[in-house]
Ligand binder design. Structure first.
Ligand code: ATP
Ligand code: MG
Length: 269
C-alpha cells in the first residue's frame, strides 16, 4: 500500500480545520473510488459523527475495538453517505469511557488510542485510513509513527500558523513522515483589506511544504450543520479533490478550478 494510505490529520490548535479536512479528503478519495475508512480520534471534542450526519447511527466506537478484540471492525463502522458506500466511518468514544478503560487495564489513554489505530491498520478492507485528531499534540505524537503521511492544518491567524509549526516539530520528533500543510478557510478579501497573511507568508512561517489551500466556503458550513457533504463542485470540495490528487502525486495548479481565487491568485500569494 502507498504511504499516503495511512493518513493522519493534526495540529497543536483547535478549530483550524482538522475535522473538515479529514472529512473533505475522505470524500475526495471516495469519489476517486477508493475504499476509505475515516476514524475520529478526537476524544475530547469529537465532531465527525455530527459532520457526517451519523450521530444517530453510531452505536459502536473505537472503544469497542479495545474491549472486543475479536469483533468485526466492519460492524463497528457506518457508511454515512448513501452515495458513497465505499466511505466508512468509525466514531470516537467518550472521554469517560476511555478513562474507564485506561483505569481498568492500568495503561495510559494514549496507549489505548495507539492500540486502536494498530487494530484499524490490521483491518484489510480499505485503501485509505484517515484519522482525525483533536487540538494538541499528545495523541498525534503517540501514534504519528504509524502513519505514512501527516497533514497539518492551519487557518490564516498567526496563532494557528505557530501551532502548525509547533505540531510539525513535535510530530517529527515522534516519527511522523511526509508532513504537509493544508491552509483552511482561506479568505482572499482579508489578505487585501486586513493585510492578513497570504499563502507564501504562511508557508514560510510554518516551514512546511504546502499541499493546498481550501478557500473560505459558506456552503461548507451549511452542509456541516446538516451533516451533509458540500456539493462536489463547491469551492471546498474542489480544493480537497486537488489536495487528494497531490497526495497521490498528481501535479495540479494551486487554485485549479477555484474560480475567482484562480483568477486573482497573484493577490492570494
Ligand atoms: N474552508 C472552510 N470554509 C469555511 N469554514 C470552514 C472551512 N474549514 C473549516 N471551517 C470551519 O471552521 C470551524 C473549525 O473547523 P473544524 O471543526 O474542521 O476544525 P478542527 O480543527 O477540527 O476543530 P477542533 O480542534 O475543535 O476539532 C468549523 O466551524 C468549520 O465549519
Ligand atoms: Mg475537529
Amino acid at each position: 500500500m502507498p504511504s499516503y494510505s495511512r493518513l493522519l490529520v493534526a495540529s497543536a490548535k483547535g478549530g483550524v480545520g482538522k475535522s473538515t479536512t479529514a472529512l473533505g479528503l475522505a470524500a475526495a478519495f471516495a469519489r476517486k473510488n477508493k475504499r476509505v475508512l475515516l476514524a475520529d480520534l478526537d476524544i475530547t471534542s469529537r465532531s465527525l459523527d455530527m459532520l457526517t450526519g451519523a450521530s444517530d447511527r453510531t452505536v459502536r466506537d473505537i472503544a469497542d475495538l479495545l474491549t472486543d478484540s475479536a469483533a468485526d471492525i466492519r460492524r463497528m463502522c457506518t457508511q454515512p453517505f448513501e452515495e458513497y458506500p465505499n466511505l466508512s466511518f468509525i466514531a470516537a468514544c467518550s472521554p469517560d469511557r476511555l478513562a474507564g478503560l485506561a483505569e481498568k487495564y492500568g495503561v495510559r489513554e494514549n496507549t489505548l488510542i495507539r492500540e486502536a489505530v494498530i487494530r484499524l491498520l490490521s483491518y484489510g478492507e480499505y485503501d485509505m485510513l484517515i484519522c482525525d485528531t483533536g487540538g494538541g499534540c499528545e495523541i498525534p505524537a503517540a501514534i504519528a509513527d504509524l502513519f505514512g503521511f501527516t497533514v497539518i492544518t492551519a487557518e490564516q491567524s498567526m496563532t494557528s500558523v505557530r501551532a502548525a509549526e509547533y505540531a510539525a516539530s513535535r510530530l517529527e520528533r515522534a516519527g511522523a513522515l511526509q508532513m504537509r500543510l493544508v491552509i483552511c478557510g482561506f479568505d482572499l478579501t482579508s489578505v487585501k483589506r486586513e493585510k492578513r497573511a497570504g499563502v507564501i507568508e504562511m508557508i514560510d512561517r510554518c516551514a512546511l511544504p504546502c499541499l493546498g489551500v481550501v478557500p473560505y466556503d459558506r456552503k461548507l458550513q451549511k452542509a456541516q450543520d446538516n451533516g451533509e457533504l458540500p456539493d462536489e463542485r463547491s469551492l471546498s470540495a474542489m480544493a480537497y479533490a486537488n489536495i487528494a490528487g497531490r497526495i497521490t502525486g498528481v501535479e495540479t495548479p494551486l487554485f485549479h478550478g477555484m474560480g475567482a481565487l484562480y483568477r486573482r491568485r497573484a493577490l492570494a500569494l
